[in-house]
Design a binder for this molecule. Sequence first.
Ligand SMILES: [Zn+2]
Length: 243
Amino acid sequence: MKRFALLLACLTALPVWAKPAIHWAYEGQGSPEHWGELGDEFQICKKGQYQSPIDINQVIDGKLPPLGMNFHTDTQTIVNNGHTVQVTVKDSDDFRLDNDVFVLKQFHFHAPSENHLFGKAFPLEAHFVHANKKGELAVLAVMFEVGAENSALKPLLAALPSEVDRVEVMKQRMDLAALFPTVKHYYRFSGSLTTPPCTEGVRWLILKQPVTLSAAQLAKFEHALKHANNRPLQPLNGRIIVE
Ligand SMILES: [Zn+2]
């Protein structure tokens, strides 16, 4: 009877369509080389041909103009979800690409960097995840080098929750403009989400010029993440990278 009551409690707590989340990780059994086998919905991680991250190596000069961005972003919440440190935004910045508008949804961090520039990894990479009205994704990536302290990261690191999965409201407004380099030239290619389900068709724009953060700020990120959260490099499979 007790067991039945428990089952009933579980059934009422979960909508019928909800499936338990598949556990994935950066280490051990759920590590990147196994992502494609963890569940049917993760198959693209293994079978996909246009996966991210990649090493930006051979680049075609497409004379792409620098990115024009509108910054009017208001941050909402911050969480360390065990995979990354992620900030969700309410008011959002946007940029135009392919005659469309892409609006910022969230941004998060990987340490060390996932993408490489000409064989070089960076200690930190930020991903600014944007979507258009159709729900198509464009990710702007910014590389960080250790150097001068980054003022834009101060409110973020101050609000960083100490416990995994605890969502904190960010009270201080963040000036996102300071997280981007002044010159916004970029490399562009087609790729995927770098985490399961590794969905493809993501427009990737990697800003050429890195920004800086201090060694102490980097240490705070690394401490919060507890482990490296970068997916290994994926094969290019004939894709073209344009600048
Ligand atoms: Zn990412």
